[in-house]
Design a protein around this ligand. Structure first.
Ligand code: SF4
Length: 113
């Protein structure tokens, strides 16, 4: 039997993380995110040390920041109506036809929301 020639082991090139479908972040972006997280933690720790009142104020600021990021015109109208009449049912039964938001108000009869 003829002896099989040894095949040179050819290493297949390893796929890069990008080729595998993984997200590759720029190190600058990672550093920026880490710095922002460190700042956020430092502010929270400072508020916790300052006492419950300062912590509550800090939490309210954070909630406002989150709300501002998520706000859309429809969410703003919905929040305005809720502040105006207090309940979903009252918005549905609103009779302030002269209100500029009347036609845009949420929870109208026949709507899904
Ligand atoms: S539409 Fe009705 S519930 Fe909404 S803001 Fe106007 S008056 Fe208030």
């Amino acid at each position: 039997m003829p002896r099989k020639a040894k095949q040179a082991s050819v290493k297949k090139p390893q796929p890069t993380p990008k080729a595998k479908g993984k997200r590759v972040l720029d190190p600058g972006i990672i550093a920026k995110g880490a710095a922002a997280l460190a700042k956020w933690r430092a502010e929270k720790t400072a508020a916790q040390k300052a006492g419950p009142k300062a912590l509550k104020e800090w939490q309210q600021k954070e909630d406002l920041k989150k709300a501002l990021k998520k706000t859309t015109p429809m969410v703003a109208i919905k929040n305005f109506c809720i502040a105006c009449v207090d309940s979903r049912n009252d918005i549905t039964n609103c009779t302030s036809y002269k209100c500029p938001l009347y036609i845009y108000r949420p929870y109208q009869k026949g709507s899904e929301e």
